[in-house]
Design a protein around this ligand. Structure first.
Ligand code: NAD
Length: 500
């Protein structure tokens, strides 16, 4: 366990951060504390927006919309490419900010979060050139029927705290590529990175195209998603919040994209190479502190490999370096907050009361000195062999792996599907025919074969069932942020004799 503190990198922002509305930085009357998970100290103050700020942001985005909607694809491509460049040019600054903000291990923030966010902007800088309408064949020769893809208007984008700049890029890049303006509402637990990211790139777009309102979810997000001026809600977050937002959207018939929770199973067959499976399973559950919607939070192991894999996963979980997110040797930082840690522990206790067994971790870690207020938690392995406890269906949203066993492939697939969620699942087998056959029967938006977590841009990301609907990160995402308009042109003046 690492105790070293990279004090020189620990950030403190003295001045309260502003709201970003209509191209201006707006000071708020009230603020919320941004608490560093590694230490429990307040490191920044974020603005707590009110109803008026939400109204102002939607009005600014509405006013900016026609100008950005009229931009050429070349202008959009240039602006999105420049956003990617600025992010990478600024790459040194981001890992420390992200690690301070949500406890992401600094090493991982630099390796994954920053380049991935930049790559999303770069992908949509290219993808925007694929936006085109169609000429509809089959119409009478006397007419020309064509379609156009038109932007929708103001997009309300709401994101969670776990991978803030990646989630924000997944909203901003396609929404802007399609010609919309945006009001962004980040999580109250990770707003600094959002404000800083928009400050970095906002001037690449007409003033008011990009706006940020921060504050409490229900108080700021609530009025935003029910605002009649919003043309589309794009939400990433918890399933229960998603349901509340959809209810609000119903009032104005506002369409929504929903990226919600998950409970992913990695099914391990008897012929899988155990060394690689263990590496994939470790990454699948402990990357990003396990606070990932598409974590491999269940490992369903064939009975012939169960004991071996349990033993190895327990040993490896115990060896994970937990500590200060700002320490380069840390592999697993603190959870986002002590309240979230209490929730994870309570969820483990529920599973244990139903018969699950904790084989590794399961408890908080109290570090010393400056780190004493941090929300550290041991990497955890829970055994629920026949999948009959809540450890097999509840989303812990932390570094908690549930290991189960099976003897019949049909049983493994049925169990993986027998959860409310349908975001990501995986199969490990050297028998490609078997892997494909099983993969085809898994009910989730993503299925990985012989790996976990591969999400190249272009591959649609999103879920089924309680994991939501809509796909991010691909060409089809542009359809989420644009609407088909038909133009049907008559080429002659003859009409059927209806009125003569
Ligand atoms: P959350 O649902 O609590 O909050 C998400 C966002 O919604 C925040 O900005 C929050 O302020 C806002 N919000 C909260 N209540 C609201 C309300 N009543 N009206 C409008 N907005 C409201 O989620 P979280 O705790 O920040 O994130 C964790 C969850 O996000 C997990 O369930 C995780 O699986 C999910 N997630 C999903 C994906 C995906 O791509 N499917 C990605 C990351 C996280």
């Amino acid at each position: 366990m690492s105790n070293a503190v990279a004090a020189s990198k620990r950030l403190t922002l003295g001045e309260p951060l502003p709201l970003l509305i209509g191209g201006s930085e707006i000071a708020a009357d009230e603020h919320l504390d941004a608490v560093e998970p590694s230490t429990g100290r307040t490191w920044a103050r974020i603005p707590a927006a009110g109803q008026t700020h939400v109204d102002d942001a939607v009005a600014a985005a509405t006013a900016a919309f026609p100008r950005w909607a009229a931009s050429t694809l070349s202008e959009r491509q240039t602006a999105l490419g420049a956003a990617a460049d600025r992010l990478m040019a600024d790459a040194e600054r981001w890992p420390a900010l992200l690690a301070t903000e949500n406890g992401r291990a600094i090493r991982e923030a630099g390796l994954i979060d920053v380049p991935t966010a930049a790559e999303i902007f770069r992908y949509f800088a290219g993808a925007v050139r694929s936006m085109e309408g169609r000429v509809i064949e089959g119409a009478p020769a006397s007419s020309l029927v064509l379609t156009r893809r038109k932007p929708l208007g103001v997009v309300a984008a709401l994101v969670p705290w776990n991978s803030p700049i990646i989630s924000i890029a997944h909203k901003l890049a396609p929404a802007l590529a399609a010609g919309n303006s945006v009001v962004l509402k980040p999580s109250e637990l990770a707003s600094v990175s959002c404000i800083e990211l928009v400050r970095l790139i906002a001037d690449l777009f007409p003033p008011g195209t990009l706006n940020v309102v921060t504050g409490d979810g229900a108080q700021v997000g609530g009025p935003l998603v029910s605002h009649p001026g919003v043309a589309k809600v794009s939400f990433t977050g918890g399933t229960d919040t998603g349901k509340r937002i959809l209810t609000a959207c119903a009032e104005n018939l506002t369409p929504a994209l929903m990226e919600l929770g998950g409970k992913g199973s990695l099914i391990v067959c008897d012929d899988a190479p155990v060394d690689t499976v263990v590496e994939d399973a470790l990454t699948g559950i402990f990357a990003a502190n396990g606070e990932v919607c598409f974590a491999s939070s269940r490992l369903l192991v064939h009975e012939s490999r169960y004991d071996e894999i349990v033993e190895r996963m327990v040993a490896r979980a115990d060896a994970v370096v937990v500590g200060d997110a700002l320490d380069m040797s840390t592999q697993l930082g603190p959870l986002i907050s002590t309240a979230h840690r209490e929730g994870v522990i309570a969820a483990i206790d529920r599973a244990v009361a139903q018969g699950a067994e904790v084989a590794a971790g399961g408890t908080a870690i109290e570090l010393q000195g400056e780190l004493a207020g941090g929300s550290y938690f041991r990497p955890t392995v829970v055994l629920s062999p026949v999948g009959d406890t809540s450890a097999s269906c509840d989303e812990f949203f932390g570094p908690v792996l549930t290991i189960e066993t099976w003897s019949d492939p049909d049983e493994a697939v049925a169990r993986a599907n027998d959860v409310a969620y349908g975001l990501a699942n995986g199969i490990w087998s050297k028998d490609i025919a078997r892997a494909h056959t099983m993969a085809d029967r898994l009910d989730s938006g993503m299925v990985w074969v012989n790996q976990w977590f591969a999400t190249p841009l272009g591959q649609p990301q999103g879920g089924n069932k309680a994991s939501g609907f809509g796909r991010e990160g691909s060409l089809t995402t542009l359809d989420e942020y644009s609407a088909t308009t038909v133009v049907n042109v008559s080429l002659d003046e003859t009409r059927p004799p209806m009125w003569t």
